[in-house]
Design a protein around this ligand. Structure first.
Ligand SMILES: *[C@@H]1O[C@H](CO)[C@@H](O)[C@H](O)[C@H]1NC(C)=O
Ligand SMILES: *[C@@H]1O[C@H](CO)[C@@H](O)[C@H](O)[C@H]1NC(C)=O
Ligand SMILES: *[C@@H]1O[C@H](CO)[C@@H](O)[C@H](O)[C@H]1NC(C)=O
Ligand SMILES: *[C@@H]1O[C@H](CO)[C@@H](O)[C@H](O)[C@H]1NC(C)=O
Length: 212
């Protein structure tokens, strides 16, 4: 008990302070200043100026949102008078970090499932049914061959296919592009960096869009 009280007393009734020693020596003083100078040079030169430690660095985690704006009209014999807005030419409506704008189309009216002559090419032009193996198909065919050779037009016969008929004729691509006005559409890009908050950039008349 007495031992415990003396320890407590020693702890309560004491005060300590570091002692400062002043050494008047050129060698020690110079060394001290050199170390201080080195630390100062490191902080200012390396940390601030070289490494730019005062700048905020963000990892490249970001998202890009896109939005197209613009409306155009077409008046063709095939489709008649038609308005094209964002819902018609942006396909699919939403994509991650990208966007697709339709600029040209090949219209094939009233397609239904049925049997019709294939477009003429090296493999589909035929003289008799024996040129058309039933069930055959290849990368260029629009459907599955039925095994019959049928007239395509007045002069030409091609293999008949089971397909969406009439088959799409992609030999005449509309030129200039059907939706040429797309070159003047407005494209809005919103870029969101994780720690910097949203930044929106609007691009008017983007250059270098390839038209089909
Ligand atoms: C579409 O074109 C046709 C023929 O060129 C014309 O008669 C018709 O008035 C046009 N329609 C509109 C809405 O401009
Ligand atoms: C498509 O079908 C509609 C209605 O049945 C008809 O009026 C039009 O002429 C057809 N178009 C073609 C290219 O066959
Ligand atoms: C039949 O089609 C072929 C290929 O498209 C074409 O070269 C030919 O002139 C056409 N014949 C007639 C009579 O339309
Ligand atoms: C797009 O805009 C430019 C300048 O306003 C104009 O000269 C050009 O004809 C436009 N393009 C289309 C397809 O409307």
């Amino acid at each position: 008990m007495a031992g415990c009280c003396s320890v407590l007393g020693a702890f309560l009734f004491e005060y300590d302070t570091p002692r400062i020693v002043l050494i008047r020596s050129r060698k020690v003083g110079l060394m001290n200043r050199a170390v201080q100078l080195f630390i100062l040079a490191y902080v200012i030169g390396w940390v601030f100026v070289w490494e730019k430690g005062y700048q905020e660095v963000d990892s490249v985690v970001s998202s890009v949102t896109t939005k197209a704006k613009g409306v155009t009209v077409t008046n063709t014999s095939q489709l008649g008078f038609r308005i094209w807005d964002v819902a018609d030419y942006v396909i699919p409506a939403q994509e991650e970090s990208s966007l697709f704008i339709m600029t040209n189309i090949i219209v094939t009216m009233n397609q239904t499932q049925g049997f019709c002559p294939e477009l003429p090419d090296k493999t589909s032009v035929c003289k008799s049914d024996s040129d058309c193996p039933a069930g055959s198909t290849n990368t260029h065919s629009s459907g599955v061959a039925t095994g019959r050779c049928v007239p395509y037009n007045g002069t030409l016969k091609t293999c008949e296919v089971a397909a969406w008929c009439p088959v799409e004729d992609d030999s005449n691509v509309p030129k200039p592009a059907f939706l040429k006005a797309a070159e003047n559409f407005t494209l809005q890009l919103g870029i969101l960096w994780v720690s910097c908050g949203p930044r929106a950039v609007t691009l008017l008349k983007p250059q270098g869009w390839g038209l089909l």
